[in-house]
Design a protein around this ligand. Sequence first.
Ligand code: 4AD
Ligand code: MG
Length: 461
Amino acid sequence: AKAIKAKISQLAEHRSKRVRVFGWVHRLRQQKDITFVTLRDGTGYLQVVLSGRVNQTYHALTLTLESTVELVGMLQVVPEGKTAPGGHELIVDHWQLVGAAPGAEDAFTNRLNEKTNPSIQADLRHLVLRGETASAVLRLRAALLAAFRQTFVKHSTIEVTPPCLVQTMVEGGATLFKLDYYGQPAFLTQSSQLYLETCLPSLGDVFCVQESFRAENSHTRRHLSEYTHLEAELGFINFDDLMTHIEAVICESVDILLADPSFAALIKQLNPKFQPPARPFLRLSYVDAITWLNEHGIKRPEEDKDGNAIKDENGKDIMVEHAVGDDIAEAAERQMTDIIGKPVFLYGFPAELKAFYMKRMPKKEGSNAVFTESCDLLMPNVGEIVGGSMRISDYDELITAYKREGMDPSTYYWYTDQRKYGTCEHGGYGLGVERLLAWLADRYTVRECSLYPRWPERATP
Ligand code: 4AD
Ligand code: MG
């Protein structure tokens, strides 16, 4: 009978039939009369048996890891008591070598293993990706993005693709990558937010999945120079609606993954203890968070007026209590999230710590402090995964905000026009896809959650 050509993930529907599969030799165990291969084709793994005549060829005797092969044979359910991926194995009656891989044994098992120096692992990222863990993370990433898109469709939110090459900034000049654009200065985008806001009168609620770039000299486990930014913007909402929406989009997307057996298995493989978070998420105001940090003895390094940490005589940072107005640094934020142990919305940050476009809360009586309708969503093990806010919807107020920051509003006419021609209360957020994935898949660093991660000193391969 003619063999059915199939991917490994499709084989369950072809049991007890002759099939033809293509792939890479992922594992190899050669015995005197029989060779066991675990075949990999990107969609899954397949146990393969070569015995008798097909095991006595020159190619069978010299087969190595990572060689590519074409295999034809009967797909058999594995006998009771034995296990194999998918519960079946291929008994090969005909096969051929597609591409030999001499030296792969050395490259993969000797040069590349868990103990390999991280910088060599980064150089060999193209080979690391063939591993079971790295490829599982990427498969989960693809499923996650698909789940988000499905969730946004359900919420009548339309996908747009804003430009990466821009001439305006969103999140401050310090982290812009500058480049020469036909003799004009231009930047790589930090956030597509401003473009999304301009889409509201045209398309209603919108979202995008776009690369964002940050020239931050950060070597932390959660900073990349280029990351995938999932951003959304919603019209005719209030601040409470915004947080409820963020929570819904994340939880519904995670539920979509968990409802699919193969994606649920990926989560289980990478993060065996994963539990979907309970809703509603805890909401903690910035001011209450400062109190919480002080009650829990979590301090911050004392800084001089230039923002440099002040050292004691032993060269150690002098630690002091947090006060309202302080930025909550990554270390403190992480300690807090890990103690709380579940997702937390931190909201209501002081205006001077936040971007120019954020809507301000009314001042409290007897206080001059100005807080914003802004929120960060913090996840255990990672910290901030989402930053969002309501936006200034009044034209004059927005122009004042530009002036306060010393920015020229005229180059932003396309953005400020949104307030001139039919404004509305609106807000949105940006979610770091690698950070969400680090939480979901329990990865130590976002570098594991990006195909080819970029950080200072690394833009290759
Ligand atoms: O908090 P951020 O800077 O907010 C904005 O860019 C807003 N304009 C988004 C919006 O309202 N549309 O960035 C949003 C998220 C962060 O919470 C974080 O998850 C991620 O983007 N992020 C990074 N991820 C990896 N590496 C970096 N260097 C990141 N910087 C921000
Ligand atoms: Mg932020």
